[in-house]
Design a protein around this ligand. Structure first.
Ligand code: GTP
Ligand code: MG
Length: 197
């Protein structure tokens, strides 16, 4: 698919505000500030499609994008683990996020973004466990790989792949840098597989 022809569709604050579940959907999930919105922008070749920010918690809604004016969608999920919002709001987001992941009928895969410098925090472990128990395919981006030297980035990739070696059919891992545009072709290939297979 031509991910450079992606356009914003709608934002939902709650699960019941999601657009009709037509076409296939892939969601970008991960901790706050992991680089979800930046990765969507890098993939689509736009620097303003998804709003990015130095302040964690920028994306507070479930944002839907359509690819090539078709039915298939990309979804930018709110970050998880953002400390600075009131507890009640945090619980509300987690509930909507959980409902989306559990109940969205056309969700075919989740891209989980993990900052390469802070591998597998509690939320990431939860997402991986959920993928394994639910059978939802997961593609992990080790983001901001530009922050490490190439050797160290490769080592982090190998370590995580090794950790997940029993789930190769369900969980894949790659390096990614929105800044240096590393990993975009590999990500596009995975998305094509999910949308078109
Ligand atoms: P929330 O919406 O708060 O959940 O965050 P997010 O996961 O969407 O992160 P976002 O894309 O807004 O990026 C957070 C910060 O990380 C911004 O300051 C980005 O410029 C920076 N960033 C994102 N990707 C990269 C990358 O590949 N390399 C570097 N060096 N910085 C990055
Ligand atoms: Mg964001």
């Amino acid at each position: 698919l031509n991910y450079r022809a992606t356009s914003f569709l709608i934002s939902a604050a709650r699960f019941d505000q999601c657009p009709p579940a037509t076409g296939r959907e892939v969601a970008f999930a991960g901790r706050s500030n992991a680089g979800k919105s930046s990765a969507l922008n890098a993939l689509t070749g736009s620097n303003k499609l998804a709003r990015t920010s130095k302040t964690p918690g920028r994306t507070q809604l479930i944002n839907f994008f359509t690819i090539n004016n078709g039915e298939h969608k990309l979804v930018d999920l709110p970050g998880y683990g953002f400390a600075k919002v009131p507890e009640a709001m945090k619980l509300e987001w987690q509930k909507e996020l959980g409902t989306y992941l559990e109940e969205r009928p056309n969700l075919v895969g989740v891209v989980l973004l993990v900052d390469i410098r802070h591998p597998l925090k509690e939320f990431d472990e939860m997402m991986i466990d959920w993928a394994i128990t639910s059978g939802m395919p997961l593609h992990i981006l080790l983001t901001k790989s530009d922050k490490l030297k190439f050797g160290a980035a490769k080592a982090a990739l190998q370590k995580l792949r090794n950790q997940l070696r029993d789930h190769k059919d369900l969980i894949t891992v790659q390096l990614f840098s929105s800044l240096n545009k590393v990993g975009i072709d590999e990500l596009s290939a995975q998305l094509d597989h999910w949308y078109l297979a």
